[in-house]
Every structure is written in structure tokens, then in C-alpha cells.
Write a protein that binds this ligand. Structure first.
Ligand SMILES: [Zn+2]
Ligand SMILES: [Zn+2]
Length: 335
């Protein structure tokens, strides 16, 4: 029998196809060249030192003088621009608004042949601190309603540029799936007086079956209803709705645990393409009691297809408990 599981926080259903399940190690990516095998510098790469575009594309660099460690750039072909009003316009039954907002790139390292799995925890924390600093700036813009922080690693995850970089998008609307998750968490709070995410942290720590790693501030696990193989959640133990309120200690610990998880995925699954996303409350509608920020990591080791598009449900051909046990056994890259 297959099993249909529900994620109590997002209300999403997933078919866990245990009969078709393969052993977790069989998902290792058949990549020709690992990130670490590339040259440390590429003369044709726009993000490598020496090839930098001057301001105004560059928004910030860290440190401000001397050789940089991290750079923040405006996206050359931004999805959104900080110009104009976000007023809605109506055309018959339809509505639209100008594409106002912000789209920035964070170049995570001067080294071409690295990624968070291979960086030091301090380097990963520096990127997360940059996310937070830029997010705090964007949150001051009246037109920004939602900020999405993410990294695309590899072509199946949506990037052709291999130099380690991540992105921030400030949106003038709250996306409907953020709204629907937020509604689910609010209903749970109304029913129980508790944050559903805090409850999940307690449950996962108690059962320990799906844990990948823990530290003082964070818990990393594969959700009970993970929608794809190795889909991972990293939750802060402290209840807080927005990433903008993460403490310096939390950011340091997130650098450690995010690197640890990505490093286990890199070694165990042979550097697969993946996305990670920081999920945080809407800027103006923070749901302090019932929303809880977190990071989700989604390795691309299987393809989604018509069934997923048609139903919004996923078929996961791994057992979350088996995938978590597999990642717990992997030795992360030393660092
Ligand atoms: Zn490069
Ligand atoms: Zn919570």
C-alpha cells in the first residue's frame, strides 16, 4: 500500500510511494563535474574577481575596501524594478499592476568553484547576514509586501551560472501560496493556541526518526509529508515569525546547520542540483503568534510531471524516515 500523508503546517498532501521506493543512495546525481572540480577562477564568468561590473549594478560589497568576500548586485534582467506605483489597474474582469519591486543577486564568494556545502560555516553565515541586511532595507520600501530569499544550484534548479550566488526578490504582493499557508497556521493557532511549527519541532525532536542534524538554535529534518526525496526543513527552535528578526547567534548557528545539511547532500547524492529558500512572514502582516520562519532545501533528484501540475500533490518515491537515516550517516565535508 502507498500512504497519503499530510503536512499539518501547509495542509499539503503527498503520496508516499513506498512500493516504488528506491534505496536513498540510488538517487546520487550522475553529474559529470562536481563543483569542487571546476577551476577556482573563470575568465568568462561575470561574477569572478576582475570581471566585476562597476556601480550602479553593484549595490554593496563586503568588506567595503580591499578584496571582497560577498557582493550584492542588481539583477541585470530584473523580474521587478523599484520604479512607479503598485496601484492595481482593471481591464474588464482582469487586473494588473506594474512590475514594481526589487531583484538582487548576492555573489557568495570570490571563488568560482565553491558552494555552501564546501564553504566554511562562517562563510555561509556571512551570506545569510547579507540576506538579512538587504531584507531589512527592502522591508522599509512601502511597495514591498513579501521578500523571498533563495539559491538555485545547477541547471535543474534554474540557473546556468555556476559561480556561487543567491537571490533576493521583493514583491509588491503577497503570493497566494504564502497566504494559504499562513491561513492554515492561523487556523491551527485558533484551534489549539499553539504554533504548528513549534509543535512540529517538538514532535521531530521527540521521535528523532526524521532528524538530519540539530544544534543549539536549529533543528533540521525531513518532514513527515516531504513532497520530494530529501526535501528538508531547517527550523529555528525559538518561535519567531520573520527571518528579519533572527538574532546574530541564530544566524551563526544557521550557517553551521545549513552548511552541514547541504554538505551531506553534496557528498551523499553527488552534488545534485537544489534550491534552498528562506520562508518568512509577509512584511506588513507578520502573524507573530502563528507564523514561524524557516529554511527549506529541495534537491532535484526526480522530475515533477503532469500529475503534480494537475493535483498540486506530489508523489515521493522515498520514505522520509529512510532518507533522513541515510543523510545522518553521510560524513559531511570537513570544514
Ligand atoms: Zn566565477
Ligand atoms: Zn513557532
Amino acid at each position: 500500500m502507498t500512504e497519503i500523508r499530510q503536512n499539518i503546517a501547509t495542509k499539503e498532501w503527498v503520496i508516499i510511494a513506498t512500493e516504488r521506493a528506491r534505496r536513498p543512495g540510488e538517487f546520487a546525481h550522475p553529474r559529470q563535474e562536481l563543483t569542487a572540480d571546476r577551476p577556482a577562477w573563470d575568465p568568462t564568468c561575470p561574477f569572478c574577481p576582475g570581471n566585476e561590473e562597476p556601480p550602479p549594478m553593484e549595490q554593496a560589497r563586503i568588506p567595503a575596501d580591499g578584496p571582497w568576500q560577498v557582493r550584492v548586485l542588481l539583477n541585470k534582467y530584473p523580474a521587478l524594478r523599484m520604479e512607479g506605483e503598485r496601484d492595481r489597474h482593471f481591464e474588464g474582469i482582469y487586473r494588473w499592476l506594474p512590475g514594481v519591486g526589487r531583484h538582487e543577486i548576492i555573489v557568495e564568494s570570490p571563488r568560482h568553484n565553491t558552494c555552501p556545502a564546501l564553504m566554511t560555516p562562517q562563510e555561509v553565515a556571512r551570506v545569510i547576514r547579507t540576506f538579512q541586511a538587504r531584507g531589512r532595507d527592502l522591508a522599509q520600501e512601502p511597495c514591498i509586501e513579501q521578500i523571498i530569499y533563495f539559491q538555485n544550484h545547477g541547471p535543474d534548479a534554474g540557473t546556468s551560472l555556476v559561480h556561487p550566488h543567491s537571490q533576493i526578490v521583493g514583491l509588491p504582493v503577497v503570493p497566494s501560496h504564502v497566504r494559504s499557508r499562513s491561513e492554515g497556521a492561523r487556523r491551527y493557532f485558533d484551534d489549539t493556541g499553539r504554533c504548528v511549527y513549534c509543535q512540529m519541532v517538538r514532535e521531530e525532536l521527540a521521535s528523532a526518526e526524521r532528524l538530519i542534524a540539530v544544534n543549539e538554535q536549529f533543528v533540521a529534518f525531513i518532514p513527515y509529508a516531504a513532497f520530494s526525496p530529501f526535501h528538508t526543513w531547517i527550523l529555528p527552535r525559538r518561535h519567531y515569525s520573520t527571518f528579519l528578526g533572527a538574532s546574530p547567534e541564530e544566524i551563526d548557528d544557521l550557517g553551521i546547520i545549513l552548511r552541514d545539511v547541504l554538505s551531506r547532500i553534496y557528498v551523499g547524492l553527488h552534488d545534485p542540483d537544489y534550491n534552498y529558500v528562506i520562508r518568512s512572514a509577509p512584511v506588513h502582516d507578520m502573524g507573530r503568534d502563528y507564523l514561524h520562519w524557516y529554511v527549506t532545501v529541495i534537491p532535484h533528484v526526480t522530475k515533477t510531471a503532469g500529475f503534480e501540475m494537475g493535483s498540486g500533490m506530489f508523489i515521493n518515491v522515498t520514505l522520509p524516515e529512510a532518507s533522513a537515516a541515510f543523510l545522518r550517516e553521510v560524513q559531511p565535508v570537513a570544514g
